[in-house]
Each structure stands twice: as structure tokens, then as C-alpha cells.
Design a protein around this ligand. Sequence first.
Ligand code: AMP
Length: 528
Amino acid sequence: MNQENCPAVGIDLGTTYSAVAYIDDTGRPVTLVNSEGDLVTPSVVLFESDMAVVGKEALKAIATEAEHVAQCAKRELGERAFHKVLGGRAYPPETLQALVLNKVRRDASRHLGDFKKVVITVPAYFDEVRRKATQDAGYMAGFEVLDIINEPTAAAIAHGFHKGFLNRKGAADMPQKLLVYDLGGGTFDVTVMEIMGHEFCALATDGDVQLGGHDWDQRLVNYVAEEFKKTHNLDPREDPNANGRLWRECEDAKRTLSARTKVSISCDYKGLAMRVEVTREKFEELTQDLLDRTKFTTRQTLQAAGLSWSDIDYVLMVGGSTRMPMVAKMLRDLSGQEPDASVSVDEAVAHGAALHASVILAHERGEISAINVKNVNSHSLGVVASDPRTNRRRNAILIPRNTALPVTAKRVFRTQKPNQKSILVQIVEGESANPDDCSQIGKCVVRDLPVGLPEQTPIEVRFAYQENGRLTVHVNVAGTNAELKHEITRDNSMTTEQLDAWRLYITGQQGDDSHVGSSDDTMTVDEL
Ligand code: AMP
């Protein structure tokens, strides 16, 4: 181990599968096999009595005990509770992610001994709430999260390393522009990046956290179920176990269709059985609109970066779903170049995360300068304001999407009525003008304003947004020099006590201070 008792570990916490890699003595990233001997672990949890079983066995149980199985929790990060009650309990999605991470930690410890420090990856398109939930999941699983980095950035680091255009210190000798197309099990991300020396700059990013291989599976499930219905007048989707069995068959068939041109899918329900033949052509027809959505987003992202295809040195394919031949064909037609999948699509993200961890650890020891990751914000950030002409609530954007980070931005609003006592600044993330269609990030209340404040008093709202996606909000009311108290109340976030209780439940470990600053449910901004 090259890291003085502290291995450099990176985790790709996927919607459907997770992978973990570390940097070996020769400085190369290596994917660790789990206790079942596999390179990837299904991000699936089965609740059995009081026990949580994670991985392959949990995945198998979808066909027989579907109601006890949690799948695709990553898609629900940011919600208060997972959509399904499990073992009589409502689990916040990040606790299910923490159970997956806990298995990954235990399995990796068999090779590496006890370790704590990790880098975890998230889709570039994840908003602040989901990033925070991922960081919390890492803490609850007993980790100290060194950094959360974007999956495409991690893939670009791994690609640069394996292609040899990154040297041992993580720097590129020649500037490179990459488009990373990442289609996993549950999320889709596309990012245009530029690598110059130590700097990894995202130029534009977009995606869909509700689009992935799972949706391709669902189209096959629906097709086969409808064929079954035509023959037997019964719908296997009605029963969770029959549906789970059919889904497993279809997911398997989808993989077969990446290698062969037709497949036969079996479906059984209530003692009746049939086989449905599906050709690759039929499968592609059933899912064309899903692929078109990714194509549209890819085109838009390139445009948002201000580039054309001839500027792009590499089109990288990442994520298990890019094995479907329709993806490479679409990218080839769109870009006019051969997409690159030379770094294993399942391992690239974990490898990049481990390389990033090794650079952070070496930097901590004062050995080399860190890789400098420059991101753009994937969603616009604004506050809810009232439009004086229409009196309608509106999302007043301070930081438009795809702005290079870090950034500070300010905007001046006005009080609504004379002698206003307090001001509520609601912070929202999203592109829509209607705040109800955006996600609520938190709010900041300025109380006890001086008596007699005239109507239309200017209020300056300033956002400071960091590279790691963390936001600080400052509010200044013109003409008041009194110290004002500002609070940002975050929604859907756990308190330190709740996090520690879950950590004890999941890992048996007491809490520590490795999450300081990341888990309070109320944050106080600087007093003005
Ligand atoms: P990831 O989240 O990157 O691990 O990707 C997992 C997704 O890739 C799942 O939806 C898998 O069904 C899908 N997948 C894995 N292998 C293949 C394959 N050979 N053909 C099509 N899809 C695949």
C-alpha cells in the first residue's frame, strides 16, 4: 500500500451497481472485488427480520420477496423517505445508500484493513440537496468523505491516466477537450470538460436523474407483459414478485441484446407461462425516444459549452448502459467520431475517484499539488421574489446554470410594504420561472428589522457558491447597520444527532467530527 496506512480509495456509488477502487503500490487504480468475488456490487438492500442484506443476494430476492427489497434509492435522494416502507420502517433514501456503502467498506477492508478516507462520486447533474445526502450517506457508513466529485470528472481523470495524457502527478501535458456521455442504471449525465495541466474544468453539464438503463428495462417489461396479457388476459405486473421476476429476465435479456440480435424472454404468472421473442431492432424501436432524449441533451450541452464536434478530442462513454450498441451508433452519427470506451465503463468512475483520493492524500502530506477541479453549477440558483407588475411569485435567478465556480453574485430586491418587520429569502434551484417547479434549497429569515423601514427599501442578496456545490447566502438591508440574524433552514436534511444514530445502527460506530459543517439542519450565515 502506497499511502502510509491510509489507502487512496474511491467509490462509485451507482443507482444500480457500486464499485470501489484503490491505488496500488505501483500507483495504478485497481478495482476491488467484493466478498462474492465480483467487481461491482448491486446497490440493492433486502430487509430480512432485523437484518439488511446488501448486494447480489438482495438483487435475487426481487423475484421472491419484492416487498422487502429497496432498489434505486439514489433516484430518491432528497426525498424525506424512500417510497416503500421496509420492515415496518420508513427509511430516508440516504440511509439505504449508507447500507450499500457499509457493505462496500466491509468488503474493501478485507483487502485494505480498516480505512476511513474516501472520495465518493455523484452525477454532475446532482443538485445541492442530493450532494449533501450523498455526503451524509458516507458519514453514516463510517467514512470520512475527503471529497464528493462528479462522475464525469472522475471518468475523465481515469481516462487521462489510462491514455497516458496525465502524468503521475495528475497533470495533462497537452490541453484536451472531452465530452463524457455517462448512461448508468438510473441516471444520465453529459459533461464537456477541458483538461489543462492540473486543471479539470467542466465547461457545461446537463443530464437527467430519472433516466437510465432501468427505463430501458421497463420498456421490455411492459412489452412482454402486454404480450402475456394478449394471450392470457392476465397482467404479471400486478404482482410484485411476478413483476420482479419479469424485470430480472428483461434486464438479462437487454444485456444479451447487446451481444446478439435476438433473445427469448420467459414470463410466468399464476401457473401460466410463455416466451416472447424480442429482436434487437424491436428493442431499439421500443426505446428510441429514451435514446433521443440523451441525444438532445448531448447536443445542447456541447452548444452550451460554446464548442462544436471538431473541438472535441475524445467522446468518452461511461456507465453500463453505454454497452447497448444503439448508444455508440448514435454518438458516432452525432459526433462523426468513434466514441471511446477503452477504460472499462463499469470501473472508470471508481478508478478516477481513487486517483483523485490519492492526489488529495499526497497533497495533504505536502508531496504534490492537487488536481484542481473546476466545476460549473448544473442548475440555476435564485430566490423567490414577487413581480411588482403581476404580483406573481417568480424565481429570480442570481446564478444561471453552467456558470464557472466559485462564483459570487448579487441582486437587489425591495421590501414589499412600509414598516416591514422581517424578510423571508427563499432559495430555489431550477430553471423554471415558477418557484413551485424548482427545488427548495432552504430559506433565510431576517427578523427584527428597524421600526419605520420605508416600503421599497433595497435588500441586497448575495450568493457565494463554492466548487464543492456549497452555498452561502448573505442578506443586507440598506440603511440598517444593526446586527441582523440570518438563518438558512435546509429542507430534507438530517441533524447531527440523527446522523450519529444512523451511523451507530448501520456500522456500530460512534459519530465523530468528520462531517462538521455538513450536517446541521440549520446554518447561520455571517452576521452583517
Ligand atoms: P452502472 O450504473 O454504470 O453500473 O450501469 C448499470 C446499468 O448498465 C444497468 O441498467 C445495467 O442493466 C446496464 N448494463 C450493464 N451491462 C449491460 C450490457 N451488456 N448491455 C446493456 N446494458 C447493460
